[in-house]
Design a protein around this ligand. Sequence first.
Ligand SMILES: NC(=O)C1=CN([C@@H]2O[C@H](COP(=O)(O)OP(=O)(O)OC[C@H]3O[C@@H](n4cnc5c(N)ncnc54)[C@H](OP(=O)(O)O)[C@@H]3O)[C@@H](O)[C@H]2O)C=CC1
Ligand SMILES: CC(=O)N[C@@H](CCC(=O)OP(=O)(O)O)C(=O)O
Length: 345
Amino acid sequence: MKVGIVGATGYAGQELVRLIIQHPQAELAWVTSNTYKGERFDKCYGSFKNIYEENCIEQKIDELSNDVDVIFLATPHGLSSSLVNDVLLKKVIIIDLSADFRLKDALDYKEWYGENHPNTSLLKEAVYGLCEINRDQIKGKRLIANPGCYPTASTLGLYPLLKEKLIDTKSIIIDAKSGVSGAGRSPKLATHFDEVNESTKAYSVGVHRHTAEIEEQLGYASNDKAFINFTPHLIPMHRGILATAYANLNDNYDYDTIKGIYNKYYANEKFVRLLDENVYPETRWVKGSNYCDINFKIDKRTNRIIIVSAIDNLIKGAAGQAVQNMNILYNLDEDTGLNQVPVFM
Ligand SMILES: NC(=O)C1=CN([C@@H]2O[C@H](COP(=O)(O)OP(=O)(O)OC[C@H]3O[C@@H](n4cnc5c(N)ncnc54)[C@H](OP(=O)(O)O)[C@@H]3O)[C@@H](O)[C@H]2O)C=CC1
Ligand SMILES: CC(=O)N[C@@H](CCC(=O)OP(=O)(O)O)C(=O)O
């Protein structure tokens, strides 16, 4: 399939370029950037020297859509919903990495993003592209809302427990940490080297927009309204997300029962790795790969369960999952072009 990438010069966009040019069934037709239009891509990212040296072109999506089968939108929130419409979707498949089509209810968007949703007409049609959970709904669709990075790690970790009603949906606390690339490439005071290095901080406490996205997905899993406390933290590393979730168990379950439940959902999932007892995920074990590592511990004293999950925010949390969605849409093996072994250091 022929592919175009809008916002290719961002952190998520350049990961898409890296994955698509190595994908055996995909051809990268064009990449857009408004800031770098007319400049060679390897001038924006020197890592692409001799590998991908095409010029970035201006984002004129209506014209450009005539040349491709799939467009990835790796642009800031609020843009894709103004670009995508029925005419465009009759020509191409859209995989949107932003949050514009993730929340089903426009009122939730207004509450958490602070503005009216720019294009509610497509909210119903968009499918939430959490591949392991929604692959049957993804097949045959033309608009995919690629999940956020924190929601991917958090939802995959909690999903089996909620689906099987093993935990109290109102008791969930998620404490998550992210590398700084999660904030994108545009320079900001909060992500300046001296502001983040050798320090760790919680941010958007109690108000982070991913709270709504996670609650919505956990609600579908449990068939009940989920209320969570979600606190993200910024960690002085480039990439990676570690999410630690806590919840009250509904009964006195033992390790083997819970392990059996995780196996039921994930034993055959290539990209979800269930770790051995007492081995907990580390971001370096998934770095540069599409894996999500998960493990849990039952705290018998409190009868709470602690679930730890790790992903690379730019791969399983963004570009990798977007490619996995494309593979599902084209009936390819889900790991096509996604067999990168994690980079330990
Ligand atoms: N970073 C991460 O870990 C993750 C990011 N995402 C999502 O992916 C999307 C991209 O994020 P990220 O790569 O981090 O962001 P960056 O800030 O690094 O990149 C944003 C890109 O969007 C382009 N862009 C900005 N404004 C416009 C515009 N008006 N028209 C066209 N292109 C525009 C920019 O290029 P130019 O200005 O040259 O046009 C740039 O290429 C966001 O929606 C983000 O939420 C999702 C999961 C994880
Ligand atoms: C470290 C950091 O700043 N992370 C980003 C999340 C990035 C992300 O991927 O989420 P969306 O696609 O929903 O924007 C944040 O907290 O806003």
